[in-house]
Design a protein around this ligand. Structure first.
Ligand code: LLP
Length: 412
């Protein structure tokens, strides 16, 4: 459910006409709906109301501070993976006691900044990282609260690049070796083991892999309890999928019920790290048709958004629905929608049935709110797009379009 809809043939973002935004701010243009973000956050968070829980939005999905602030106002915590994301979360006014820090390669200065901010906990992914956190916290006279990220060896049945909880992945600690890790951590002077963490992958469309992982984690927790190593935080990561095309992921309510029924009688604080399910369908990328081009084998629609703006189709071969901003009755044709970048991998859609488009018209690329702008780059020296946040009948530029001067500003 989102607040982008056609009214009398014109696309609206909440109460604002998308064509007007494109005309006023230019394209490519990211447009987000605040009502959708609030609604998705609330649907997800309230699905866990039966548990002592904290929903830590995964900043990497869409890290604009205004987007973070929206969720912060609803009581969200944040899942961060870098010093940059820590800076964004703090800038957005997120209380540090609601921040968890994941990632395999935390550098010393990033660890120091997180300790200084006094975040809720580090999700530790190796013994080398544990030793480093212990050293730095010791030097600072602090104690670091940590969870180990356990790799439960579960197949999340998603794209290989975004599967993270299988033995062959770089993430987490092997579940068999983790008991020793907790013993070690307990004896370190500047470490306080408070939790267990796991994140098995992204864009999951079934609950089963989550439950399979949870069963393994709970069995592991029972062994920790037996050793007198009681922990109170259980971080189950993110990963719940959304509908891009015809996927039918479980509703957050269903997901919440399934987890709640397994966890409700346990004395645990449950942490969740959703990203995509909150913001994915809360954003579109608006683009303009630059040229139409027909070769003997294909019809191309060349648009002004490219793989530097939205890399998901090129990188994961992922599907994003593309629709008209002003609808007309016209015959359909099968086309490739491509950007101006000098790579054949630069496409937004291939062999897609679309209405016979015209040069100059606007198109909306849907489900672009997660891992869209956040993964964008300046490749081909293309200034990054502007971002607009619509809230009811108001529209605000929350990141201005980059200029050519911005492109060279850091180069001496
Ligand atoms: N927690 C951790 C530790 C993660 O690594 C991730 C995502 C999340 C939470 C949030 O997962 P979500 O709820 O959004 O599925 N660029 C890819 C997705 C990469 C996900 C990386 N980790 C894409 O565009 O599909």
């Amino acid at each position: 459910m989102h607040h982008f809809e056609m009214r009398d043939g014109e696309l609206f973002a909440e109460e604002v006409q998308v064509a007007d935004l494109a005309a006023a701010h230019g394209t490519p243009l990211y447009v987000y709906s605040a009502a959708t973000i609030r609604r998705h956050f609330d649907a997800f968070d309230s699905a866990f109301s039966g548990l002592d829980h904290l929903t830590c939005y995964s900043v990497k999905a869409n890290s604009n501070v205004n987007v973070l602030r929206l969720m912060g106002e609803q009581g969200a915590g944040m899942d961060i993976v870098s010093g940059g994301e820590l800076h964004r979360a703090l800038t957005a006014g997120i209380p540090s006691g609601r921040i968890v820090y994941s990632g395999v390669g935390k550098r010393a200065e990033e660890i120091r900044a997180a300790l200084e901010a006094d975040i809720l906990m580090f999700n530790v992914e190796s013994l080398a990282e544990l030793a480093r956190i212990n050293d730095i916290a010791g030097d600072m006279g602090r104690k670091a609260r940590i969870s180990f990220r356990i790799n439960p060896d579960v197949d999340p049945k998603t794209h290989p690049y975004i599967s993270t909880g299988m033995k062959k992945n770089k993430f987490g600690l092997d579940i068999e070796k983790s008991l020793e890790a907790y013993q070690l951590a307990r004896d370190l002077p500047a470490i306080e083991p408070v939790g267990i963490d796991c994140h098995i992958g992204s864009q999951l469309t079934s609950i089963n892999p989550f439950l399979e992982a949870l069963d393994k984690i709970l069995a592991f927790k029972a062994r920790l309890d037996d050793m007198g190593l009681g922990i109170r935080h259980l971080d189950l990561g993110g990963g719940l999928g959304i509908t891009y095309n015809e996927e039918e992921p479980p509703h957050p309510r269903e997901f919440g019920e399934a987890l709640t029924s397994r966890l409700k009688d346990m004395d645990l604080k449950v942490i969740l790290e959703p990203g995509r399910v909150i913001v994915g369908n809360a954003g579109i990328l608006v683009t303009q048709v630059v040229y139409l081009k027909e070769t003997p084998s294909k019809r191309f629609v060349i648009v002004d958004a490219a793989m530097n703006d939205l890399i998901r189709p090129s990188l994961y071969n992922s599907y994003h629905r593309i629709g008209e901003v002003a609808a007309h009755d016209r015959p359909k044709a099968k086309v490739d929608v491509v950007g101006p970048i000098c790579e054949s991998g630069d496409f937004l859609a291939r062999d897609r049935e679309l209405p016979g488009l015209e040069q100059g018209e606007y198109l909306a690329v849907y489900s672009a709110g997660a891992y869209g702008f956040a993964m964008s780059s300046n490749y081909n020296s293309r200034p990054r797009a502007a971002e607009i946040l619509v809230d009811g009948s108001t529209a605000r530029v929350i990141r201005r379009r980059e200029s050519y001067d911005d492109l060279v500003a850091l180069e001496k």
